[in-house]
Design a binder for this molecule. Structure first.
Ligand SMILES: [Zn+2]
Ligand SMILES: [Zn+2]
Length: 352
């Protein structure tokens, strides 16, 4: 029989349709990407730096020129930005409607010069540089008091929305807190006010005790298939130690996070034959004081817990999901967790 499961974080129902469930191997993606290290026509490949907007940041080889070749990683504004940095927010009403100007930032982080390097195959020391740049960009954009949130996300594969195959992450900084994040903040605050405990820590402790949905764990991090997963093989990575903000990670923690991210993405790649996927970092919003709401962020360091959501794009969102706001998932999280847990990491996986 199918089950309805409630997500205590997003306050959303999910139907786990076990009767329609297939074997884990039936979810394998059928069209893996071509493996090419350099593509002449790719604007993100080395030597084509003039095809992108001027860089905001880069990790460069000594002696290499800004906006030229000789880099390991580059950050620049999106050529077709959804939001722009210039101008005032210009909050205004239009009768019952509210509007503001499209102020924000939209940046691209080209993770490597290798055109086809999967994150699950990156050396840990390199992936550590990538996840450290996420931190520095979030911090840098937070200095702009017009902005309330920076969403860091990755689209891998055309089905997941990537218009270019070259490995890259994007970020969009907005003058409003995204609804998914504000729902999580509200749930966390509500739980904390009632119980004086972090909702996310409570979930982590319960999952560690049950051991039914754990995909991978290290001393510092836990990877699990959420109880009310919306999609087959959905994963979430949480730091075990309570922390509300991604940018509080120190160098050692960033290195550990890179290891866990690599292992998780590698497992998905092997188990599902390089599926398209998205990941999104959920971290604390900028705590710029709000007029009239001085105590708004007072409990944030206690009641929020940063994490990352990873969603392989194996199924499509259809009319039911649009109409109800809840989801039908044909793979049980317990099955997904067991299957991914059993994907072994090869010998020397974390070696450089
Ligand atoms: Zn490329
Ligand atoms: Zn916590």
């Amino acid at each position: 029989m199918s089950e309805l499961r409630h997500d205590p974080i997003q306050k959303r129902w999910v139907i786990i349709a076990t009767e329609r469930s297939r074997r884990p191997t039936d979810f394998r993606h059928e069209e893996p990407q071509k493996q090419l290290s350099h593509v002449e026509s790719c604007p993100f490949c080395e030597g084509n730096e003039d095809k992108t907007p001027p860089e905001i940041f880069a990790i460069r080889e000594p002696g290499s020129r800004k906006n030229g070749p000789g880099w390991e990683l580059r950050v620049f504004p999106n050529k077709f930005p959804a939001l722009r940095v210039e101008g005032d927010i210009g909050r205004r009403g239009l009768g019952i409607y509210d509007m503001m100007n499209g102020v924000g930032a939209h940046e691209v982080i080209v993770e490597t010069k290798n055109h086809s390097l999967h994150m699950g195959d990156m050396p840990v020391s390199h992936l550590k540089k990538v996840v450290s740049v996420y931190k520095s960009r979030i911090l840098d954009l937070g200095r702009d008091t017009r902005l309330r949130y920076t969403l860091v996300f990755k689209n891998h594969g055309a089905v997941a929305g990537a218009s270019l195959m070259h490995p890259h992450t994007q970020l969009i900084a907005t003058s409003i807190t995204p609804r998914t994040i504000s729902q999580e903040l509200d749930s966390g605050k509500e739980h904390f006010l009632a119980k004086e405990r972090c909702l996310f820590c409570d979930i982590i402790n319960q999952e560690l005790a049950l051991k039914e949905r754990i995909i991978y764990e290290t001393r510092e991090f836990i990877v699990l298939a959420p109880f009310a997963s919306r999609f087959p093989f959905e994963c979430a990575i949480y730091p075990r130690r309570h922390s509300h903000d991604y940018t509080l990670m120190n160098d050692a923690e960033l290195y550990e996070f890179a290891r866990v991210l690599k292992a998780t993405l590698y497992k998905l790649k092997v188990a599902l034959n390089d599926p398209p996927y998205n990941f999104v970092i959920h971290t604390a919003p900028y705590t710029t004081p709000r007029p009239g709401k001085e105590h708004y962020w007072k409990t944030l360091p206690y009641d929020y817990h940063w994490h990352i959501e990873i969603i392989p794009r194996l199924t499509r969102v259809a009319g039911f999901e649009w109409g109800t706001g809840f989801y039908i998932n044909t793979a049980s999280p317990e099955m997904a967790a067991e299957f991914l847990q059993n994907v072994e990491l090869p010998e020397g996986f974390f070696d450089e």
